[in-house]
Design a protein. Sequence first.
Length: 441
Amino acid sequence: MRKLIWNEPGFDAALDRLYQRPGYPPEIEAGVARIIADVRENGDEALSRYALQFDRVKLSAAEFAVTPAEVDAAAAALDRRAKRAIREALRAVQSFARRCRPRNWHYSPRPGVMLGEKFEPMERVGVYIPGGTAPLVSTVVHTAGIAAAAGVKEIVAVTPAGPDGKVHPAVLFAMREAGVTEIYRLGGVYGIAAMAYGTPTVRRVEKIVGPGNAYVTAAKKLVYGQVAIDMVAGPSEIMVIADDTARADFIAADLLSQAEHGSGLEQAVLVTTVPELVARVEQEVLRQKASLPRLATVDKVLDHGVFLIVVENLEQAAALAGKYAPEHLEIMTRTPERVGRKVKAAGAMFLGPWTPEPVGDFCAGPSHVLPTAGSGRFFRGLSVEGFYRRSSLVRYSEAALRREVGTVEMFAALEGLDAHGRAGSIRVRERAERTDEAGEK
């Protein structure tokens, strides 16, 4: 754990290193590109090879899809309390999504001119659900559940199977409840490639959403343009802004909640105005981490990715947070809303001591698929709007075009696009000339 204090030498330089947090190694893209090209060329045969190579499961093309009977069996085997939790989270997430759905609209800014927007849900989207270190049941809710709330008719889920060929029953149950229409036991890069380019068994999708490891992230980056994607995300991160009202045990628990994710590249940052709080949080982190099962991963993050920062005041804390643009920002202060208003960028803000970041991961409402590595300054997290197509609406009357055709012609002349100008003038000026000629005759 690294400690930084605002009035000590080297503080600004240390902050610069914090802002430039490590992402996934770029050299993995070459190997990812080869897998994508193989799937694109060889289709189902390549998928079967990679399922065996990477997930140690032997699958024929006929076995890629999870059957309705398998989903029903998973639901029957799942604990009742788990089902209730999944349904409750899904209700909360879809309720929030429905409130955020874009609406068609139009107005008339000038006589004879109508402008507006029209939104239509996408028809077929793909959601990637990681299945490596943990079954990410919540990701089903926060991707497929939102797509369903948007009105997407075909929701394709791709997730790796275990060596026995099975998908975790809670994941399958969540997929059914969320409205997934097709499920394929395909993992990682080859699953992304299948959704992006299609194979004889897996039809291509229009957009791919959902988190993943470095290889999945690289794959989404490389297929972007062939399909839409939500974002290129990196390792998870959290920042906590705290004053003298904050509890050290709460902060430590929240920092550790991100340190256990799995890559070892995660970051957890405390920014506080209280120097004494740093020592208390450090002690709590060491005490609480001893009971965590993912100790090796957590230790790696503690060595390289935990920063305990003392600042002069909360204004400085808010400015620092805005520049860092954390994926998750917790604000544990007397007036968290006031501090939050001063933060320029963050994927999601969690206000007050009773709002731990995991409520956002699981059941609060907004999607937990959020921008990382500072990209919150220019990207936003996944939301229901991301599953819609947008069309501008423009309608002119003849009188409106007559008023504005001169502007059209001038821009066409400035840009050397004569046919553009003619498209306006032929409707107005040339038509008027033909009318005059007809009158003379």
